[in-house]
Design a protein around this ligand. Sequence first.
Ligand code: NAI
Ligand code: AKB
Length: 364
Amino acid sequence: MPAALSMAMPARRAFARAALARRLSTGAQPPRVLVTGSLGQLGSTMVDALRARFGQANVVASDIRKPAPSQRASGPFVYADVLNRRALEQVIVDYGIDWVVHFSAILSAAGERNPALGLDVNINGFQNVLELARVHGLRVLSPSTIGAFGPTTPKDLTPDLTIMRPNTIYGISKVHMELLGEYYCEKYGVDFRSLRYPGIISADSPPGGGTTDYAIDIFHAALKHNRYTCFLQHDTRLPMAYITDCVAGTMQLLEAPQDALTQRVYNVHACDFSPEELVAEVRRQHSADFAIEYCPDFRQAIADTWPRTMADAPARRDWGWNPTLGTADIVRIMLAKLHPVYEQAAAAAESSAAAEAEAPAVVV
Ligand SMILES: NC(=O)C1=CN([C@@H]2O[C@H](COP(=O)(O)OP(=O)(O)OC[C@H]3O[C@@H](n4cnc5c(N)ncnc54)[C@H](O)[C@@H]3O)[C@@H](O)[C@H]2O)C=CC1
Ligand SMILES: CC(=O)[C@H](N)C(=O)O
């Protein structure tokens, strides 16, 4: 066994952190990172974390949408369609990119609404990134999902290696991504890394068309109307995580030394809940008379094929996955972040209504 592999895990992690700190403090260049899909739900938070770590100028954000002025002000942003390999290659060459964090994707519900787009972006977009990684010697981190599992996968404590026969375009495209990434790693030595995210909850940007979106929408509805119509059944348990745990874990895997990795794709589990458990927590922390109605739609059939809980010992052992937030924490944070936003909006609406009432009527 190579010496690095026989090193105890906490020692290996400390070693990796020290090596990176040395690299950054001894004047060695930090990696130049390209983030695709950086205007999505997870992308902007990931860009902030990467810029805090490697420096603003070393992290190039990209998407096919127009960024808000604040997103443009925090560092380089380029238009990059992952379906256009030549254009993507130009960004990689022009900016001297070392690592790609590939977040462009069409999520589960959006993929069922538009399967052709889902296949194109998730499969062809990823193939472009991977092929460019091979040609230019890049590290690639591209997240997978609980959606890569399917109806015949064991649902509780789902292990890393198990039956994977998803029946959504999203799931099929993510299994393709996992396997092709592993193939490029074995065959061409591409440093491909992936982790299977659960549903990610964040107050900072809207969700992009997934099946777990209810767990974000519910907070906005609670603060706006004190009621919510949920598109999943009351007892649909799914794995979830708060964005800070997701970003911290992604950074850990991204920076882990190659020889710490015993596999290329890792399950990560933080917490799990059903809509009715989330409602109970919202009632406890926000409003006892918060009203809920359950009207399952096509997303129920998707959720029914996903795990309830995941086993993630290899991620904890190999690169230190260590989420800290559970359901009650997530509810507390979401309410605390969104409450002032809705209070301000209500105050602004009130003062504009008062101004309208006071304005003299215009006689035509
Ligand atoms: N948000 C979640 O709960 C989870 C996300 N993931 C994965 O994390 C990654 C990021 O997800 P989110 O930020 O939630 O997705 P999102 O849907 O919010 O953002 C995706 C971004 O990709 C961009 N995009 C679409 N087509 C593109 C193209 N042709 N070229 C370049 N960009 C394009 C979109 O404009 C969008 O900004 C995805 O790979 C997703 O599968 C995995 C599991 C859970
Ligand atoms: C779990 C995911 O991959 C995503 N949030 C979705 O619901 O599609």
